[in-house]
Design a protein around this ligand. Sequence first.
Ligand code: FUL
Length: 495
Amino acid sequence: MKKIAVFAACAALVCSCGPNSCSDKRPAGSATTTVEEDFDDGVEAPAPYGAVPSWQQMDWHKMEYYMFAHFGPNTFTDREWGNGAEDPNIFNPTDLDCMQWAETAKKAGMTGIILTAKHHDGFCLWPSQYSTHTVRESKWRDGKGDVVRELADACAATGLKFGIYLSPWDQNHPTYGTPQYNQVFASTLGELHNGSYGEIFEQWFDGAHGAGVSNDFYNWELFFSKVQPDAIIFSNAGPGCRWIGNEDAIAGETNWATLNTAGRNACNFQDVTAMSHGEMNGTDWVPGESGISIRPGWFYSPGTDKYVKSLDKLVDIYYTSVGRNTNLLLNVPPDRTGRIHKNDSVRLMEFRAELDRMFAENLAAGARARSQTVRGGSPRFSPERVTDGNYDTYWTVDDDTLQASIEIPLEGNTVFDNILLQEYIPLGQRVVRFSVDYLDPDGIWQRLDAGTTTTIGYKRLLHFPAVAGSMVRINIEEALACPVINNIEIYNTGR
Ligand code: FUL
């Protein structure tokens, strides 16, 4: 009997994750699992292709949907950008309740919360020893409050991951713009990442900076050295994950998780086309993250209470973000009481309920998928692996086969309007182009008009006008290396 640990296939790889997240200790209970099965036919798994995710990035991919919380002086001033001259007493939530944020996020099906610990105005939501513009200088809770602590604790209590947004641009700090500031900012980061606030899953670096500061002013290497080794570092250029190039959560339909990173950083990399599409055969694994606010602005304002995004808009956003190989970071700005406003939380629950309804019944679950092409003829790589509900089993083909089809039989003639596809990205992103056919009720194969069918990656959702058929066929038409598909789901969402 040969025990196969699928994830072990990646262990020999050169890590693609840049200066962060290179720790090879993997905590128990981490999202990626190993598969142990009874195969002894000598057929080996494909070698990884190109840049591949670290295990930290794999865990991150599986988070899919989490909350952004913009909170600070701007919450109280109807402004999107403060200037750092605000009186700290402006910050005065009357009823801060981070458990309410966390419970709302949890019920919404989100997997974490990223907090703006310091925005461009420099106000720190924790009593930083490297600033004199913090909660400590405010009258809120007699200067004894710490929002970072309360949210970190609330996330831990509800089983959510906790992340930090920390703006390098600081309009309050007297050293900003001088070389000394790099050390100040690094120390500030260190306060949040030294473990006293627990584990941080993502560190969000905003590329915005002051007018007098050049793109090469910041010492990124120094900053990254302060970040917890298992945290995913977000910026325009990664290295952990990248901005998708717009604030509308619209990822490119063609979207590679790979990017060429040499010479690029959070500030100097401004190629929004490369950000939204990634780069085929890019040197590093830097997947996209799509961020958007549920309201017109990033910060709360009573003036936007009426403009919380509609359910239909949120569903569209889900398709253009999670459905296009990125994670969705949905900003839900707490209000002046320090709680998530009812209008936002009601909409989040509606959105959750709608996603649950749309994806309630996978019409392909357990289907006896088939293909004329199977790697080495081995059952380990059989087509049925794509419908077995196990992330770590997959259908694949021989190394020199770059085109192959797989058929999924449905019960009778079934109506469907949505297909979900996943590539087994621990072995790299490979599919360049594919097409979809279905066998119509007259027994004739029809080409499905499913929009742009290029890349797949971690997850791809195709949404199209409903059709009826008894079989779906996915044709991989072009791939960088033999395709490796681990999951296919089919739905009738009724949308
Ligand atoms: C931008 C900032 O300038 C906005 O205020 C907001 O924080 C957004 C997420 O990133 O660069």
